[in-house]
Design a protein around this ligand. Structure first.
Ligand code: SF4
Length: 427
């Protein structure tokens, strides 16, 4: 299947936009952050006549502002020098500064002997199959970008299902297994089957989740790929086993689901009995608009999908370009929620995936001390913290939980009898 990366992508951008400078910028930024665009995205999703401001263009294409100006200049100069060692040093140093593994993913989530697994919450195990550590195309804001840089030290990957089943045997508390990446649906069905089939022999596993953006970026995966039918049969087997099969569709903008192939793919997937849930971060330049989210949730409900999460962009990679103040993310979520009926209000958010767990920004409270963000622990390493609340001073510029200043413990008891030990959550 055709896709564009590196110089080919830079050439495509220059040709289709008629702006060679955009192609040049892409060639520079693309040395640091990974970019890949499928033919489907280039031909069906991007509106080249509105580039570079088209949100679908922004979703997938490199832009010079993704790097700080001195960093952009350093990469550009290293490229111009033709000195490959210098270029490598500049790029490696820069990648390290872009916080490749936010949220303590490597030192906190990877279980002993389980490189390629993440076991953050007692009931849920994340599995990163080696052959699934790429995507049909890359989102420019991707928080998993280190998976795609070609550096094995930065890439989380498990060699085969044995590591996963071994861990499950030692952890009977795991009920949910999430196959993730990258995008596990880049794998041939046969390979995916090797991970899924053993789960169906384990009574403890009740839910199989698969994270994917294939409906948006490569709907042919479910239609005309040589093993598309086998994939659907595999999904049917999971459902027939009595388990919940959740396809976690990454959808950032309503236009992603407009092309007819995407609609046909959704119809086929729904026919398997899988539950299709949607999630995406709210990011500048792409979807920081309540009208966009409201339209997206409404259309998703009509298509039989369940809006699940609106995330906050993580502190990694090009957050300087895509990140939003928490106050803005909260306003987008609240306003979008007001514009849809109850069936479209199922997306929790804005949610931050932090070292401690998933924190949702519930709203703004007016305390005697002043206005405050109300945070709630949706998910936590320590299950005792789930559902607890915290208040932090309303900081209109803050973009992440660790920038917030908590109010004192006496203010953190919105739920009677459930004081939150938020010294651990905020601060
Ligand atoms: S689909 Fe997910 S993992 Fe793949 S590039 Fe987009 S955000 Fe990253």
């Amino acid at each position: 299947m055709t896709s564009f990366t590196g110089q080919r992508l830079a050439g495509l951008i220059a040709r289709r936009t008629g702006q060679p400078s955009l192609g040049h910028d892409a060639a520079v930024v693309g040395r640091v952050l990974p970019f890949k665009v499928s033919a489907h995205v280039a031909d069906e999703l991007v509106d080249w006549s509105r580039a570079p401001d088209d949100p679908l263009y922004r979703l997938v294409m490199p832009h010079r502002d993704m790097l700080a100006p001195p960093d952009f200049a350093a990469v550009e100069a290293a490229l111009r020098s033709g000195d490959r060692v210098r270029l490598r040093l500049v790029v490696d140093g820069l990648r390290e500064r872009l916080n490749p593994h936010p949220g303590g993913q490597l030192h906190l989530n990877v279980p002993e002997g389980g490189w390629g697994l993440q076991h953050k919450y007692p009931e849920t195990l994340l599995v990163f199959p080696r052959q699934g550590q790429t995507c049909h195309g890359y989102c420019a804001y991707c928080f998993r970008w280190p998976q795609f840089t070609g550096d094995p030290a930065r890439r989380q990957a498990v060699d085969g299902p044995g590591v996963m089943t071994g861990h499950l045997a030692r952890h009977p508390e795991v009920t949910d297994v999430l196959l993730t990446g990258g995008d596990p649906l880049v794998m041939r069905t046969e390979l995916l089957d090797a991970y899924v089939a053993p789960l169906l022999d384990l009574p403890q596993v009740r839910t199989v989740r698969i994270g994917t953006k294939a409906v948006s970026f490569q709907p042919e995966r479910f239609l005309t790929a040589p093993d598309a039918d086998d994939l659907l049969r595999l999904f049917e087997r999971v459902v027939a086993s009595g388990r919940h099969l959740a396809l976690m569709l990454h959808v950032s903008h309503p236009r992603e689901l407009h092309p007819e192939p995407a609609r046909r793919a959704l119809r086929r997937l729904r026919g398997t009995g899988a539950v299709l849930r949607t999630q995406a971060p709210v990011v500048r330049h792409v979807n920081d608009d309540a009208g966009v989210w409201a339209a997206m949730w409404q259309e998703q409900v009509e298509l039989g999908l369940v809006p699940y999460y609106m995330f906050v962009e993580r502190d990694t990679g090009p957050r300087r370009y895509f990140g939003l103040p928490l106050a803005r993310a909260l306003a987008v979520h609240a306003d979008a929620t007001r514009r849809v009926s109850g069936l479209g209000r199922t997306a929790r958010g804005p949610v931050m995936s932090t070292e401690l767990g998933k924190l949702v920004l519930d709203g703004i409270a007016h305390l005697p001390e002043g206005p405050a963000f109300t945070l709630r622990a949706l998910q936590a390493r320590d299950p005792a913290l789930v559902g607890t609340l915290a208040h932090a001073r309303l900081d209109p510029a803050a973009q992440w939980w660790d920038e917030l200043v908590p109010y004192g413990p006496r203010d953190q008891t919105l739920i009677p009898g459930k004081p939150l030990t938020l010294e651990g959550v905020v601060g």
